[in-house]
Write a protein that binds this ligand. Sequence first.
Ligand code: DX5
Ligand code: ZN
Length: 216
Amino acid sequence: MIKVSPSILSADFTKIYEAVKMLENAGADYIHCDVMDGKFVPNITFGQKMVSDLRRHTKLPLDVHLMIVEPERYVMEFAEAGADIISVHVEATIHLNRTLKLIKSAGKKCCVSLNPHTPLNVLDYILEDIDMVLLSSVNPGFGGQSFIPYSIRKAQELKQMIESRGLAVDIEMDGGLGAHNAKLVTDAGVNVIVAGNAVFSAEDPKDIISRLKLEK
Ligand code: DX5
Ligand code: ZN
């Protein structure tokens, strides 16, 4: 089953409530929240308050992608704000094992994110401890960028790594995804698709979400 996690970053921030209701009606599985600090990535977006406000208005799981340095300083606050899945970048935290334990201690699903060039071997010793891997298929920082093609091989190799260990870790891909490449990435092993621009610029978001799930 393919899940779709539309990124609220592509919404009009003055109309977040409408965006959430639109996503619920369109069949979104999660709401992807791109938190950026202007340091780990060049852009600044929003923080815990956005997550807690979203929490009050939807039951959809909130899939929080922390693109911030030292995420360990904030994971508990995002957990308390109502995040369901918390993703931290391996490149941003020195003691990943400790950071993941923190996320788990808050009862949240933990996800490890990798920048496009970061090799999969960083996952070697922690794969058993995580619920999901997020593969950034663009240089994180902005919505609406072009998909980096080598992300396909990366997903295939990750899928193999997960299966060879008999694990059930989800593979989320994030950046530059749309109806044109959904089959390519899901064939490669991706089962959670993040989509910002593709969903929010669509005339019919419900149609695009079902295309991303390969239902059409
Ligand atoms: C990129 C973010 C993505 C992005 C997705 O830095 O992590 O979630 O907003 O947007 P699209 O689908 O437009 O590439
Ligand atoms: Zn993201």
